[in-house]
Design a binder for this molecule. Structure first.
Ligand code: ZN
Length: 304
């Protein structure tokens, strides 16, 4: 097996190789293109077929961020073009999966990407102190999320919620996810019909539906906050990182083979009714996946 390199490249001949995106739409495209590049490279690693003949993944960086063109003692100004709220899960490295490097992203990671006070405060800081450079705010869920799995299991078996293994602090995370779980359960009942809970694959489908709804609800809240602050030029987006094919999508279809066309960050919902629509959409996608006979592929690996 060949060695595979992941490279951050600072080119002194081209110190400003990566200009900051000028607006929200450009920022969205940069993130999506970065994820396309990353997911294609990861697929190349898996199959051993490198289209460029190079077993390297190169992330271009502006030389200024590592000290070029700077005198001793100076430090770079913080100029991220995106704020990303993601999960702490070790398999979801934010900068890598979006193909970004130093000073590109202002990242907040917390289990289940829930919007607690400190998380919210960090976003408020970014929106105010870094408003010159920030163009988008992104909520990023991921498939097989351990925090969402915990909320789903507590919803299905409430005794688990009260067990000694679930600390009061952990419960505060689960509580923030329960509404998404309930919305997901309603959607599955509606689409899958009576007895949905007894259908094999139900728990995994509820986890994946709740992951999407949890990200959508956080994006909805953030959108309201951004608008209330009068930051009309900043867009709020959301998506889910699929651990199996390393693509950020919305909605997420676990039955689709990896393709550059799948990558998509959605705009935050503008009304709560869109949660219902998204829940139904996910329930339909997962039912089709279930009936295709390969639903085992949707089963999430146990996580912390
Ligand atoms: Zn997670």
């Amino acid at each position: 097996m060949k060695t595979i390199d992941y490279v951050y490249r600072f080119d002194p001949q081209n110190p400003s190789v990566k200009p900051s995106p000028p607006d929200a739409e450009s920022a969205r495209r940069v993130l999506e293109d970065g994820n396309r590049m990353f997911s294609e490279w990861m697929e190349s690693c898996r199959t051993g077929t490198f289209s460029t003949g190079e077993e390297r993944y190169v992330v271009q960086c502006n030389g200024l961020e590592v000290g070029m063109n700077r005198s001793v003692g100076q430090m770079p100004k913080q100029v991220p073009f995106a704020v990303v709220v993601g999960c702490s899960d070790a398999r979801v490295p934010t900068e890598m999966l979006f193909g970004q490097g130093f000073n590109d992203l202002f990242v907040i990671r917390v289990a289940g990407n829930v919007m607690g006070n400190e998380c919210q405060g960090s976003i408020d800081f970014a929106l105010n102190a870094l408003s010159e450079s920030v163009k988008v705010v992104v909520v990023l869920g991921h498939s097989g999320c351990g925090a969402v799995t915990g909320a789903v299991d507590s919803y299905l078996r409430p005794l688990k919620y009260w067990s000694k293994a679930t600390s009061p602090m952990l419960r505060s995370i689960l509580q923030r996810i329960f509404v998404a779980v309930r919305e997901g359960a309603n959607a599955l009942d509606q689409v899958w019909g009576a007895g949905a809970r007894d259908i094999p694959g139900y728990r995994e489908a509820l986890i994946e539906t709740a992951v999407s709804l949890n990200a959508a609800q956080a994006a909805f809240d953030l959108r309201n906050e951004v608008e209330a602050a009068g930051k009309w030029e900043i867009e709020v987006l959301y998506g889910v990182f699929n651990l199996k094919n390393h693509q950020v999508c919305m909605p997420v279809n676990p039955g689709l083979p990896p393709s550059p066309n799948n990558v998509h960050l959605a705009h935050a919902p503008t009304s709560p009714k869109e949660f219902q629509t998204l829940g139904i959409q996910m329930a339909e996608i997962l039912r089709a996946h279930l009936t295709s006979g390969d639903h085992a592929a949707t089963v999430a690996a146990p996580t912390a």
